[in-house]
Design a protein around this ligand. Structure first.
Ligand code: 5RP
Length: 290
C-alpha cells in the first residue's frame, strides 16, 4: 500500500506557461488517436519529418530476386541505416531478429505472383499485425486495372476501417494499372483514391508534376524507387520527390541491388533527411563505398 504520510502537494505547475505546439508533425493526422500517431512517429524522423523505408517485400511476388537471395546476409546489415524495414510476415518472422530496433512495416496483402495476373485479394488479419508489433500495414491498389481495381480498393477500405481504430496505420501502394499512363494525372488520382479510402500514408511513383500529386493528397506521400538505376539517378529521383513535398522513399532495388547497399542507404538518407543534393549524396556514397 502506498504511504499515506508525507504526501507532498505539487507546487511546480508552470502556471502561466502555455503548453507548447500540440499540432502533430505528420500531415493529415492532427485528429488521429494516440496509438496511431505514436506508430507514425516511430516511422518518420522527428527532425526532418521524413523517412527512409527499405522495401524488401518483393519475394512474395517474384521470389528470390537479385539482392534478396539471402535476407539475413543482404538486408539485415542495412537496418541501422534506415528508418523502417518493409517486408512480408514470413520473411520477418523467419529472418528478422525480434530485437531489431528498426520499426517494421508489414506488407499485408497477397494473392498472386508475377507468373499470373496481378490480383492481391487476401489481407492479413489486423490482430496478427498487432501481435508482430508492426508500425503499419501496407496494401496495394491497382487503380485503373478493370479486373482487380474493385478488390484492391475494398482491401484498403476495409483494412483502414479495422486497423485505424486499433492504432494501426495503413499504407496504400499505388500499383500501376495496365494501360495506364505514368503521369501526374494518373498518380494524382491513384494517390487521392488511396487517401480518400483511408490510407494514412501513400506510396507511389515519382513523375513530372509530382508537386501536384503531393498537394492533392491529404496524407504523407513516399515514393517507390522502381527498377535499378545508376546511383546518381536514384539519388536525383529521391531529391526531386523530396523537393516536390514527398516525405521520403520506400525504396528497394535501388538500395539492395546497389554495388554497395549500405553506402547507398546512407546516401539516400543524406538526401531525404539532411538536404543533400544528388551530387553530394553521390559523394557520400563514394566516400562510404567499399
Ligand atoms: C511491390 C512494392 C515494392 O516494395 C516497391 O516497388 C518498392 O520497391 P522498389 O523500390 O524496388 O520499386 O511495393 O509491390
Amino acid at each position: 500500500m502506498a504511504d499515506l504520510d508525507d504526501i507532498r502537494d505539487g507546487n511546480n505547475f508552470g502556471v502561466g506557461i502555455p503548453v507548447e505546439g500540440q499540432s502533430f508533425y505528420i500531415k493529415g493526422h492532427d485528429h488521429a488517436g494516440w496509438g496511431l500517431k505514436n506508430r507514425l512517429a516511430n516511422m518518420f524522423n522527428k527532425k526532418s519529418g521524413n523517412s527512409v523505408m527499405l522495401a524488401f517485400d518483393h519475394g512474395f511476388l517474384m521470389g528470390p530476386t537479385s539482392g534478396l537471395e539471402r535476407v539475413d546476409l543482404n538486408i539485415l546489415p542495412l537496418a541501422p541505416y534506415v528508418d523502417v524495414m518493409m517486408g512480408c510476415k514470413g520473411m520477418i518472422r523467419s529472418t528478422v531478429p525480434a530485437d531489431c530496433e528498426t520499426p517494421i512495416a508489414l506488407r499485408a496483402d497477397a494473392g498472386t505472383t508475377i507468373l499470373t495476373t496481378m490480383n492481391d485479394n487476401v489481407v492479413m488479419d489486423i490482430n496478427e499485425a498487432l501481435a508482430m508489433n508492426a508500425q503499419c500495414m501496407a496494401v496495394m491498389l491497382s487503380v485503373g486495372c478493370k479486373d482487380t481495381e474493385a478488390t484492391t480498393v475494398k482491401n484498403l477500405f476495409t483494412l483502414a476501417d479495422k486497423a485505424n481504430p486499433l492504432g494501426m496505420p495503413v499504407m496504400g501502394i499505388t500499383a500501376v494499372g495496365k494501360d495506364m499512363v505514368r503521369d501526374a494525372r494518373y498518380f494524382g488520382l491513384a494517390s487521392r483514391v488511396c487517401a480518400e479510402n483511408g490510407a494514412n500514408i501513400v506510396k507511389t511513383y515519382y513523375t513530372e508534376g509530382f508537386e501536384k500529386v503531393v498537394a492533392g493528397c491529404p496524407v504523407p506521400v513516399v515514393i517507390a524507387g522502381g527498377k535499378k538505376l545508376p546511383e546518381l539517378e536514384a539519388l536525383e529521383l529521391s531529391y526531386k520527390a523530396i523537393s516536390c513535398g514527398a516525405v521520403g522513399v520506400d525504396m528497394g532495388r535501388n538500395i539492395f541491388q546497389s554495388e554497395d547497399p549500405a553506402a547507398m542507404a546512407q546516401a539516400v538518407a543524406g538526401v531525404v533527411h539532411d538536404g543533400l543534393t544528388p551530387e553530394q549524396g553521390l559523394e557520400k556514397f563514394n566516400d562510404l563505398k567499399g
